[in-house]
Design a protein around this ligand. Structure first.
Ligand code: R5P
Length: 317
């Protein structure tokens, strides 16, 4: 595309947007995303965007409704300012777990949010590790879906952990875990988890062998950390040696830090799709950047090149 590439961001993860721009070699666009006195979101673009190829970086992480509204209003502002094309870059897509009617009289919130982003005027979406790949189908516009796997796999390759078993903390994560096991040349095991409430889970059993193995528990997100810390305790009880936790999205809402601080684990590895505030950073935590991956994807979309090329082993943070 010949139109000028410009990247903007709201308040959700400014550091990630800056790092993406550093990788691309451009300055982050100038936009005011603030609040009016009554709390309503105020957006004002401070530079010309007419005819430009616009990328709006905004994970819809907590406070999710605020960040969604910022994203929607930014996209609306760019459309009204005659941008040629607008891509919503959503490294973490909130509401994703509400993607079906699993009981009567509930909304399909993920579909509603997808409709909102499209209605605001986005032409494309660039997402990273959606909770379920099928969520792409909720958007009636093109979606490029990236995986953080190359970033995380490269890190764990460097650690050279012997006798490794990759463990899925629930059946839903087993496909993800299988992918990591394959790339790390490790065994696979699956925890059979039952969710009691949105913050409480219970481990039923572990399918596969973890005794005397080093374990990497992998999930798409750590929210209250119930799933992953209970799985860590279960594999430890079954005789696992060192346990590592990894997840793309570090939501870390209460009581996640309390649970992680007590968990029998060597290290917790996450990415920067969601900013981890200073008070939640720990010596046992490693935060890997997805900026290069996202920056490369943005460049490829801008130049109408293949995005799937990014999922080759050499791409890392
Ligand atoms: C479940 O389907 C997800 O992949 C995560 O395992 C889960 O949502 C994490 O939530 P929490 O950290 O609160 O257990």
């Amino acid at each position: 595309m010949q139109n000028q590439l410009q990247v903007f961001t709201g308040s959700a993860n400014r550091r990630l947007a800056e790092r993406i721009c550093e990788h691309i070699g451009i300055r982050l666009g100038d936009v005011i995303v603030g609040r009016f006195a009554d709390g309503e979101v105020r957006v004002k673009i401070n530079q010309d965007v007419r005819g430009s190829d616009i990328f709006v970086v905004q994970p819809t992480c907590p406070p999710v409704n605020d960040h969604l509204m910022e994203l929607g209003l930014m996209v609306d502002a760019f459309r009204r300012a005659s941008a040629e094309r607008i891509t919503a870059v959503v490294p973490y897509f909130g509401y994703a777990r509400q993607d079906r009617k699993d009981e009567g009289r509930v909304p399909i919130s993920a579909k509603f949010i997808a409709n909102m982003i499209v209605a605001a005027g986005a032409d494309r979406v660039l997402a990273l590790d959606l909770h379920a790949a099928q969520l792409q189908g909720f958007f009636d516009i093109p979606v490029d879906h990236l995986y953080a796997k190359p970033v995380l796999v490269k890190y764990f390759h460097r650690l050279q952990i012997p006798d490794l078993t990759v463990v899925a903390p629930d059946v839903g994560s087993s496909k993800l875990a299988r992918g990591y096991a394959k790339r790390l040349d490790a065994d696979l095991a699956i925890v059979d988890k039952r969710r009691m409430t949105d913050t409480e889970t219970e481990v039923m059993s572990v399918i596969g062998t973890v005794k005397s193995r080093n374990v990497l528990l992998i999930d798409d997100m750590i929210s209250t950390a119930g799933s992953i810390t209970q799985a860590a305790e279960a594999v430890k009880d079954l005789g696992a040696k060192d346990v590592y936790l990894a997840a793309t999205h570090a939501i870390l809402c209460d009581p996640a830090m309390e649970r992680l601080d007590k968990a029998p684990v060597q290290q917790v590895v996450v990415t920067d799709t969601i900013p981890v505030p200073q008070d939640k950073r720990r010596p046992y935590m490693k935060i890997l950047s997805t900026a290069r991956l996202l920056g490369e994807a943005i460049l490829r979309i801008h130049h109408a090149q293949s995005v799937s090329k990014l999922f080759e082993p050499e791409i890392d943070e």
